[in-house]
Every structure is written in C-alpha cells, then in structure tokens.
Design a protein around this ligand. Structure first.
Ligand code: NAD
Length: 469
C-alpha cells in the first residue's frame, strides 16, 4: 500500500527502519533509557508537570504528585526491577516425542507501536504504556489528548529530550491526527479512551491486523450490602468518586445500595464530603475542575435530565460554568431511563440505585455492559463470592475502590466493552511483546522415523506413539 500522502509516514518509516536496532538493545540500554525518563519526570520537570496539570484540570498539586508523578515513577521502578527476568529466554519442557531438541520462548519487541492516550491522567496514561513499550524494546509514536494542551506540549518537550525521534516521538493533534496515524501499518496499537473510539481504533487496526490493547471505560458499579461497615464504605467511596472530580475510568460510576441502609449511607457520604472538601468545595484546594466546557455541559445535561425525571438531589448540585465547577453531587430516585444510569458519567455525580435482594443487584449489573471495575462493600463472604462468581469485570476491590490499579503485580484492564488486553507491570511488557516460540534440534529427532515412505512398521510406531505418549 502507498502511504506517501500520509503526513506521518516519514516519521513512521524512520521508526520502522530503526525497529530492529531498538529491538536488539540489551537490558543495560533499556535501563539507561528508563533512568533518563525517570530523571526527567522526578527531577527536571516535576514542578512543570504539576503546573501543566493545574492549568489543564485544576488538579491539586498533591493529587498530581500521587496520581501522576508517583504512579509513573513506581511503574518505571517496577519495570527496572523485573526487566532482567522478563527479557530472559523462557525455557519450557520438550515432550519425549521431540527427543533430540530443546524448546524455549522469548519476548521480542512487536516493532513500531502507536500509543493514543486520554486527558484525565495525561502523564500517567501516556508514560505508563510508554514505559512498557520501551521496556519491551519497541519504537513508539505517542498521541496524547488535545483536551489537555499544556500537558501534551510539556510531554512533547520531555520526549524530544529523552528519546531520538526514530525511537519515540510525540505527535500533538486532534481527532484527524489520530485518524491519519491509524491508517499506518503499526505492529501494535495501545489505546486508552472511550469504548466508542475504541471501536474505531479496532476497526482501523483490523486493516493491518495490528494487535491492540484497548483500555476503555464504562459504568463501574459499587455494591454496598446491609452487612457493610457503612461509615468506612462511605469514606472510601467518596474519596474514589470525587478524586480528579470524578474523571477517572475506575471510579465508582453508580452505587447499588441495599434499600434498608440507603439513608444511613447518604448521611455518611455527606459527613465525608464535608470532611474532605469543607461545606464549600468550590473554595477547597483539594477539589478539581471539569476538563473542558464541553464536558461541563455534558454533565450539566445529565443533571437537567435527572431533575426533569423528578430525581432527588441528595447532596450538592451547584454548578459554575465559568469555573467549570460541579459540586460533589449525589442523586437518588432516578428513572430507569435516566441518562445518569445509562451513560458513563465521568464526573462528580453519584447516582444511588437501591435493591431489595442481592439477586436484584446482580441482575441489574448484568443488564449493562461488562464494567472495567466492580466494587463490593460487605462483611458477608457468601455475598462477596456470589457477586464475583455471577458477574464479569476487569477488576474488583472488596471493601475498597480504585486501589487495585496501584498494584503492579495485578493485570489492569477491562473485559469486552470496557477493554481488551491488560497492562501494568509484566502484563504491560507482555502486551508490547511477541512471544516467539523456538525449538532447537540438537541431534537426530525420533520424529524422523515417521517420515515417508509410510510402511507397516511406521504405522505400528505411530499407533504406539498415540497410545503411550
Ligand atoms: P476519547 O475516546 O474521546 O479520546 C481518547 C483519545 O482518542 C484522544 O487522544 C483523542 O484525541 C482520540 N480520539 C478521539 N476521537 C477519536 C476518533 N474518532 N478517532 C481516533 N481517535 C480519536 O476519550 P477521553 O474523553 O479522552 O477519555 C475518557 C474515556 O476514556 C472514558 O470513557 C474513560 O473511561 C476512558 N478511560 C479509560 C482508562 C483505562 O485505563 N481503561 C483510563 C482513562 C480513561
């Protein structure tokens, strides 16, 4: 196919030519690159990162330290600790029928990769996959979100300082930039974003049969049964829901609450909201803003829709369009067709849905797409196991939320509508690697005894082999 009209083709081609040089790099080279990236994030650009995030998302600086800087540094440190082991040949047993040979597989780089990232954690969700891509020996073109321009511009500067363009390059731009990039025959595409755009990415990847990792979103439920410690549940749910002003793919999207504890749960949430953000969250330095006016309007229309359906605004509901501020809000008594119950919210509004029996709660979850995360607050082991066994989700925390993301020993990702493939730690390295199977014939192989011409003796050997080995 002729790609010469594609404005990114030259960049792509340079990386394509360089891919085997990068793919052949040893452990020490990859560690040196990871160290350079770590130094840029941890030292040279640490305060610029926090400034950019404040400009783009009004992100409190401590939140940026924890959810962006710490998150990437710990990714890098984990990769550095384990990379030697990951890069080693993985020896496997060889069956007796292959006597005379040995077998292993190795993780080799996929080649030229495309990483497309969203705006909600611009640094974390761009550098996170990049760490896996370079640890696995790939070249990469990175396309961050246009919604967070200060962060994207800073990442472009950082990447051009740390990497040569034929190894890693960052391209800034809007949808048309992604569209052009997606036409090129990448070997792997790592996309983080919405399920709607995930489908576009997968369709484009299918033209070249590029492998994909799709880290998507959706509606992640939190179930609170009547045995749960209500105050502790509210403490963690309120933290998880309103962190980054609710703009987190794994924050609890809606709460499924046993109807007998609904009012106790709402009172506990009110208490923790006041504790975290005071009576005036608008003035709190611990509370963020909505990323763009477009997203502010989207969230406002959810609230308007809820009000039209006579829902109850239990907490919050104040908005300020100029500041892109939405007060932490809890809504109950929504109609089944309310937009808050049918679209991913991705903002600081928590709808409460009550249930009478656990089966009702499980059925409700299973009427919707499979979520990225499903959280359970309960002291009843049977209830916990029943929920886990009769639903499917990318990840689950029991009596907590969000924190499974931070354990690098766990795979992170969704299932079906919430994602395909896994990332983090070894699973990220694996996503960016081709597992190549290698058999080495050392001496005469007994399988040669069965080569043609076929005789009755060979037939007997074949039958004995099938029977005994
Ligand atoms: P998005 O899908 O709108 O955009 C993501 C990226 O895709 C951006 O870089 C954007 O420029 C690009 N893009 C947008 N439209 C495109 C198109 N038509 N063709 C090609 N590229 C296109 O997502 P967003 O608004 O940036 O982020 C919010 C979504 O991302 C939510 O659904 C959230 O749940 C999800 N998310 C998932 C994870 C995860 O790890 N699973 C993390 C963060 C966000």
């Amino acid at each position: 196919m002729d790609y010469s009209n594609n404005i990114y083709f030259e960049l792509f081609q340079n990386q394509q030519k360089h891919q085997f040089i990068i793919g052949k790099t040893d452990y020490y080279y990859r560690i040196s690159i990871l160290n350079k990236l770590q130094h840029a994030i941890e030292h040279t650009y640490r305060s610029d990162i926090k400034d950019a995030l404040h400009k783009d998302l009004g992100k409190p600086k401590l939140e940026s330290e924890l959810t962006e800087i710490y998150a990437i540094i710990s990714d890098i440190k984990y990769a550095k600790t384990h990379l030697y082991k990951w890069m080693r040949k993985q020896k496997v047993a060889t069956p007796i029928t292959m006597l005379g040979s040995s077998s292993y597989y190795k993780f080799e780089s996929k080649g030229v990769c495309l990483i497309i990232s969203p705006w909600n954690f611009p640094f974390n969700l761009t550098f996170g996959p990049l760490v896996s891509a370079i640890a696995a020996g790939n070249t990469a073109i990175v396309k961050p979100s246009e919604m967070t321009p200060h962060s994207s511009a800073l990442m472009a500067r950082m990447i051009s300082e740390v990497f040569k363009e034929n190894h890693v390059a960052l391209v800034q731009g809007e949808v048309n930039t992604s569209t052009e990039l997606l036409k090129l025959p990448f070997n792997h595409i790592f996309f983080t974003g919405s399920p709607q755009v995930g489908k576009i990415v997968m369709e484009a990847a299918s033209q070249h049969l590029a492998s994909v990792t799709l880290e998507l979103g959706g509606k992640s439920p939190v179930v609170i049964d009547k045995t749960a410690h209500i105050d502790r549940a509210a403490k963690k749910i309120v933290w998880g829901k309103y962190l980054n002003a609710g703009q987190i793919c794994i924050c609890p999207d809606y709460a499924l609450v046993d109807e007998s504890i609904k009012s106790l749960f709402i009172s506990a949430c009110k208490k923790w909201l006041k504790h975290y953000f005071t009576e005036h969250p608008k003035d709190s330095k611990s509370y963020g803003r909505i990323v763009t006016s477009k997203h502010f309007k989207r969230l406002k229309s959810h609230l308007d829709n809820a009000k039209q359906g006579n829902a109850n605004i239990e907490v919050g509901g104040q908005l300020d369009e100029d500041l892109k501020y939405i007060e932490p809000t809890i809504v109950s008594d929504l109609k089944d067709d309310a937009s808050l119950l049918n679209e991913e919210i991705f903002g600081p509004i928590l709808p409460i849905v009550t249930y009478k029996t656990l089966k009702e709660a499980i059925d409700y979850i299973n009427t919707k797409e499979r979520p990225l995360a499903l959280y359970i607050y309960s002291k009843n082991k049977v209830n916990v196991n029943t929920i886990i066994e009769t639903t499917r989700a990318g990840g689950t925390c029991i009596n907590n939320n969000i924190i499974h993301y931070t354990n690098h020993n766990l795979p992170f990702g969704g299932v079906n509508n919430s994602g395909i493939g896994k990332s983090h730690g070894f699973f990220g390295f694996e996503a960016f690697s081709n597992k190549r199977a290698i058999v080495k014939q050392r001496t005469f192989g007994i399988i040669e005894l069965l080569f043609p011409p076929y005789t009755s003796l060979k037939e007997k050997i074949a039958k004995a082999t099938i029977k005994w080995f």
